[in-house]
Design a protein around this ligand. Structure first.
Ligand SMILES: [Mn+2]
Length: 325
């Protein structure tokens, strides 16, 4: 097992829906033996250091539990992705007190996986959004992409100045843009909404060429149109796209279990369609799903939303495999 990786924090129990007619995700997503060639590897990052109380460290296990209610065929897309090999790689080991040790474990653990493993698409499950910085650094350092794009779904810019608050869940995109891992003109933020917008962060986005697509623009112009534009911008002169999905991009009522919710976000249907399009696109090489906080959740709505997104991504990926191999 690679450095800083420990076995999954939760082994999936057998689903209560036991039927030979259904291929439940809980049966399909088994632990990885680190040898088999796989399509998707799920990596838990139970990181939740923040100045206020959070339960995002419980996110990976809550999402693993939510697998129990899903099967591999999508009614909406009329696609069965049961022949994709999706494996649970395990969790990145966290340090109980040292934030920066957690960050370097994420960066080194993921970079090592990228370097040593055959091609697979990592789905990194947080954890709070701060993990996107070490995850993107690893994505760049562990692969030989010349340039990479970023598509981020979020209620907020997360482009705060780290010299004020450090490597938090509000500064990580500025960290990776300033460090040259992503060029601003290849970064797109989708689903921004509500009135919790910091003016200097918006100005930074304008200065660096980061495209902002508010949730309002998604419903007014349509998800297909804005996603085509987002993919075009993240693809221009790049050979890979990293997708980061902060669950707070979605309307509060459909994702209540998160730290900084705001009303008026993307509709679940729009988010599902967007992630499906990204699963289908050959340049998309990594996905993170962050900010699910089961301690704030209601009836696991938010964990199920996360699986809904993951399932749509897998549907897209299945279609990508059919088209491009
Ligand atoms: Mn965020």
């Amino acid at each position: 097992m690679a450095n800083h990786l420990i076995p999954p924090g939760l082994k999936l129990a057998r689903s209560m829906i036991i039927s030979p007619e259904m291929n439940m995700l809980s049966e399909m997503v088994t632990p990885w033996d680190f040898k088999e060639e796989i399509d998707v590897g799920i990596i838990g990052v139970p990181f939740d250091f923040n100045r206020n109380f959070q339960g995002t460290g419980e996110g990976p296990n809550a999402i693993r539990e939510a697998f129990l209610a899903f099967a591999s065929r999508s009614h909406d897309f009329e696609v069965d992705f049961s022949d994709l090999k999706v494996r649970d790689i395990g969790d990145i080991r966290m340090h109980p007190t040292e934030v920066l040790t957690c960050h370097s474990n994420i960066r080194e653990g993921l970079a090592e996986l990228y370097q040593e493993s055959p091609d697979f698409i990592p789905v990194v499950i947080g954890g709070n959004h701060a993990i996107a910085a070490p995850s993107i650094r690893a994505f760049r350092e562990g692969n030989d992409y010349k340039r990479a794009g970023l598509i981020d779904f979020d209620a907020h810019n997360d482009l705060g100045d780290p010299s004020f608050s450090g490597p938090t869940a509000g500064t990580m995109f500025r960290q990776v843009i300033d460090a040259g891992y992503i060029e601003g003109r290849n970064a797109v933020q989708i689903g921004l909404h509500g009135s919790l917008a910091a003016v200097p962060q918006h100005e930074y986005a304008l200065r660096k060429g980061v495209r902002e697509i508010p949730a309002r623009e998604v419903w007014r112009r349509g998800v297909d149109t804005v996603m085509e534009e987002a993919i075009a911008q993240a693809s221009e002169d790049t050979d890979a796209i990293y997708v980061s999905f902060d669950i707070d991009a979605i309307e509060d009522a459909s994702a209540p279990g998160t730290g900084v919710p705001a009303p008026g976000g993307m509709a679940p249907r729009e988010a599902i369609e967007a992630v499906y399009m990204l699963g289908k696109h050959p340049k998309v090489k990594a996905l993170d799903l962050v900010e699910v906080d089961p301690l704030k959740d209601l009836r696991n709505i938010t964990s199920r939303m996360a699986i809904g997104l993951l399932a749509a991504f897998l549907v897209g990926l299945k279609e990508r495999r059919l088209e491009h191999g």
